[in-house]
Design a protein around this ligand. Sequence first.
Ligand code: ATP
Ligand code: MG
Length: 363
Amino acid sequence: MANPTLLILAGDGIGPEVMGQVVRIIDWFGDKRDLAFDVDHDLVGGAAYDKHGTPLHDDTMAKALAADAVLLGAVGGPKYDALDFSVKPERGLLRLRKEMDLFSNLRPAQCFDALADFSSLKKDLVAGLDIMIVRELTSGVYFGEPRGIFEEGNERVGINTQRYTESEIDRVARSAFELARRRGNKVCSMEKANVMESGILWREVVQKVHDEDYPDVELSHMYADNGAMQLVRAPKQFDVIVTDNLFGDILSDCAAMLTGSLGMLPSASLGAPNADGRPKALYEPVHGSAPDIAGQGKANPIACILSFAMALRYSFDQGDEAARLEKAVEQVLADGARTADLMGPEGGSPISTSEMGDAILAA
Ligand code: ATP
Ligand code: MG
């Protein structure tokens, strides 16, 4: 059987800088741990535009669809601001998401003990925090029709429509339950079933999927406003949270900030199963191309490294190796390794992107 494949799209700005550290780690796994998967590299975003005049070449799209996982750095930058919308770097990423049909967006919020003090919240609130927000990504109020700004009488009205089909809810619920089984076996579903029809259907379908196929997973339901409050008040009560596109957008950013810097946050987006039953998957740091620090060797590579750890766990069935990598990250943070974004207000001397890579490899 052919090896599974990982397609690396480093992209623009700090993308190639942080990805460089991941490539070193992949090489380490190849040498020391005998991990067999094939790695391919290609262009996306501004880098692809510079070479091909399009932010995502058709050949790259085909490779992404065939790969077992795609690991993406970041796209965009001021150099491309004046480009026509149709060839903007971000369009490359949007095309990937759309054609891979990535309907389930996974955003972990995990707090490393060593950074608990750095978090703006009380240490005991976030120390040991490890939650995963599953956000529906391809439907809901951002896409529903009718939408637009219309004339109504003598004024205008802005309209968006929250719309969810049973099958859209069903598939994202399944991805949340599957995840929960690999983690703390607990799912909290959030909607506003008290005031929204789509919320009533959401709750009903999630409950049905649970009762029929995942009765072993602990399921609770919460109104999203209460969920937001609980997330800030006592986040450790949660394991997996599953919610719609709009609430997920807000709740995942909120959860992210429980843990500190943007430079620490990985993400995954999962789609429909491939021929072998594994979901199509795109892994990427939450942060963007960070033009303000690009090219200076200052970027924190941890978000990208942890995104690769998620790929190991969810696409390559290498949970032990993922845990090994996460442990190395935890270790270097405990030892005091800090890139500039992780420096507290008292300051200190930050290490560079590649020095962080060195430290993690050594650990
Ligand atoms: P996008 O629109 O692509 O999401 P953005 O406008 O949200 O981008 P980012 O590129 O994510 O912005 O950068 C936001 C801020 O966070 C910048 O000041 C940037 O330098 C900082 N930042 C982002 N990622 C990192 C990182 N990996 N290491 C250090 N600092 C980072
Ligand atoms: Mg952003």
